[in-house]
Design a protein around this ligand. Structure first.
Ligand code: ADP
Length: 489
């Protein structure tokens, strides 16, 4: 599809991670999938990523395409080119002194942030700005620079103070909790001009924030669901940025993420025991039995099985799950949890499961195949997140005929239709939502879900409505293209 005029819109997508080359969370999934979906919709998109050691190991064929020399005050860098699956060109920033080391993109092997992260992601932001400011050494010049999370937040600031002409900028927020806050003195190491250091700039409560810089200087701000776009303008979920976001609300847009509908398809999923579709939902029982066996739960076809997959953090409402678990068990229901994260929450979950081995199982590791089996084998999926910018598992679970129980927040609110007498009659209900973040409200929603589960006809309608939802990336990509076009008009 032609984008601007008859020519495809040229987009540079700057990100600190991109699946399948390097991923620590949801941003990696988005950066792997959205550029490919934009390309399918006709955009000319390139992804910009640091050449971490793990990235170079995964892409041995990457070849040099430009020498950027020294971009003061950063070391010399080269640009390498490779490709992501889906044929999206990938530009890698090769700077061994900042990126060439073992460990993760943000942390060392012991879970400590790299002390030079401001320089590492200052460089990512700076290179994005150099490629977008009309003086790029590449023959290809983007019209849009799409920045992702705090790691790229300084790019709109560098561009603002650059010589121009420049690309238009979009600052995408995937989770406002992570803001890239450092001492104001760091600005000297980043080559930020003195006039950027005030409140109308990168300054943030006496410090410097990469994300605040992006929100302040970008032409448009995007986040990953319409409800989250509203919530981050409130004190409760704005984490200190709400005033600025409210100020910029006319330029703020919420666009729900898609999911990988090939990797997450119960008809073809290789990780589950029995493939099934909306017309053969009785086959799901085979997956339930295998899940109970794999997790050491009592094998019982009748007892409702509740699945949970997430990072174990307060954001995901694991404390609420723990508080509600004794009542959930008495409904009765089994609970199968897969998640890693905060050691204290891991210990509490494992201890609870240890006391009730037939009813509760917890696996505290990262296990992609098991996550697919939980989506397929559970009867009901639980997502009591305190806040959720978009969330993926509630979409996977609807696609797998495993209706979710969700806290009505952010993307959960926007992607799950609560079962009420009206939505049930209309055939649009796909799950169960609760509003108060209390064990009582959570348990009440699970009770509603279990009551519906026991009415097979009603349950099949809810399952099929969820399975029929379009969660593909194409819809999101079209909305991003609209946003780009509004900037280029
Ligand atoms: P977030 O990005 O906040 O962690 P999302 O729901 O947006 O949450 O995405 C998390 C992704 O990571 C999902 O694909 C989820 O299934 C996956 N995931 C989280 N924890 C685990 C785990 N322990 N094992 C396997 N997959 C996991």
């Amino acid at each position: 599809m032609p984008a601007a005029g008859n020519l495809p819109v040229r987009v540079l997508f700057a990100t600190p991670e991109a699946h399948p080359v390097i991923k620590t969370g949801g941003l990696g999934d988005v950066s792997g999938a959205l550029p490919a979906a934009l390309k399918k919709e006709g955009a000319d998109v390139r992804v910009l990523l640091p050449a971490y050691g793990a990235v170079l190991a995964a892409l041995p064929g990457a070849r040099p395409v430009a020498d950027l020399g020294g971009i003061a005050p950063f070391p010399d860098v080269r640009l390498l080119e490779a490709q992501l699956p889906g044929g999206v060109p990938l530009l890698l920033i090769d700077c061994p002194s900042l990126y060439g080391r073992p460990g993760g993109p943000y942390q060392d092997g012991h879970g400590h942030d790299w002390p030079d992260n401001p320089r590492r992601f200052g460089l990512l932001s700076k290179v994005a700005a150099v490629l977008a400011d009309g003086h790029s050494p590449l023959p290809w010049q983007p019209q849009i620079l799409h920045c992702n999370d705090w790691q790229t937040g300084l790019a709109p600031a560098y561009l603002h103070f650059g010589p121009g002409p420049r690309a238009k900028t979009v600052m995408a927020i995937h989770n406002l909790l992570f803001q890239g806050v450092y001492a104001l003195g760091t600005a000297g190491l980043l080559g930020l001009p003195p006039e950027s250091l005030g409140i109308e700039g990168v300054e943030y409560y006496g410090n410097l924030s990469f994300l605040k810089a992006g929100i302040h200087y970008a032409d448009r701000i995007a986040t990953v669901s319409p409800s989250y776009a509203l919530e981050i303008q409130t004190e409760a979920l704005g984490f200190g940025m709400h005033g600025l976001l409210r100020h910029r609300r006319r330029h703020l847009r919420g666009i729900v993420n898609g999911i990988d509908t090939e990797a997450w398809d119960p008809l073809t999923d290789p990780h589950i025991a029995q493939n099934y579709g909306p017309d053969a939902l009785e086959k799901k029982a085979v997956n339930k039995r295998l899940l109970q066996r794999a997790m050491g739960l009592k094998e019982d076809a009748e007892i409702p099985l509740l699945g949970v997959i997430c990072r174990l953090t307060l954001q995901k409402g694991i404390d609420l799950l723990l508080a509600a678990a004794p009542q959930l068990m008495k409904l009765p229901a089994q609970i199968a949890v897969l998640g890693s994260g905060e050691p204290q929450l891991q210990r509490l979950l494992a201890a609870f499961a240890g006391r009730h081995p037939a009813m509760v199982a917890a696996r505290t590791q990262f296990d992609e195949p098991l996550s697919h089996l939980i989506e397929a084998g559970a009867d009901i999926f639980l997502m009591p997140s305190r806040f959720e910018p978009c969330g993926l598992n509630q979409m996977y679970s609807q696609r797998y005929g495993t209706p979710p129980v969700v806290h009505a927040t952010g993307g959960l609110k926007d992607t799950v239709t609560d079962c009420t007498p009206d939505t049930q009659a209309a055939g649009t209900a796909t799950g169960f939502a609760f509003t108060a973040m209390t064990p009582a409200a959570f348990v009440a929603a699970v009770r509603r879900a279990i009551a519906a589960l026991h009415d097979q006809e009603a349950w099949r309608r809810i399952q099929r409505a969820g399975m029929a939802r379009d969660f593909s990336w194409a819809a999101s990509a079209r909305q991003y293209l609209d946003l780009y076009r509004s900037l280029l008009a």
